[in-house]
Design a protein around this ligand. Sequence first.
Ligand code: ADP
Length: 191
Amino acid sequence: MVNFLIFGPPGSGKGTQSVRLAEKFNLTHLSTGDMLRAEIAAGTDLGTRMSSIMSRGELVPDEVVIEMIAARIDNTEGSEGFLFDGFPRTVAQTEALEKMLNKRGMKIDSMLVLDVDHDELVKRLVLRADLSGRPDDRDPAVIENRIDVYRAKTEPIIEFCRQRGIYQPVNGMGTIDDIFERLSGFVKKFL
Ligand code: ADP
């Protein structure tokens, strides 16, 4: 099994690229954002509790997403590995993921980080709001808050991964196809 983190600020295109990479390389795509939105859509107790946090652009508690991911890792068969999207988002989540994988004889093999200019991020999120219907894409103040939360809480993971020698920056500007080609080139090296 080969395990990738796909990383980048909100609007960097992680979700779009993850779906395509998972299909091309037979990876299991795990998106905590998608899982949380599914909980909300299903009207579960957890979903109801998390929805106000998400609508403000804050992070849900580490334990919530760690438990979600742990449950999925043990229920997956037949793929080449995992592609983690939107998780981990804090150093504590990264340490928990590393432990989970190590216990099962796996590790984080590579962290692919999409680099995108700030103005481009805001532009993409505003455009996406019309298509996705996501409430957290509609309010510019919430968008700015999500980017701030990314810089403050999530970016420190880059240093963690740099120390482990698994940090791989990727140019996230250009067309979806261009970016997909760049990412595919890095993924291929591991498979
Ligand atoms: P984005 O496109 O903004 O990166 P996601 O779909 O990954 O969005 O996540 C949407 C929201 O779900 C986040 O703003 C946060 O509130 C919550 N969330 C998703 N994943 C995590 C996580 N790993 N830890 C904490 N909160 C999370």
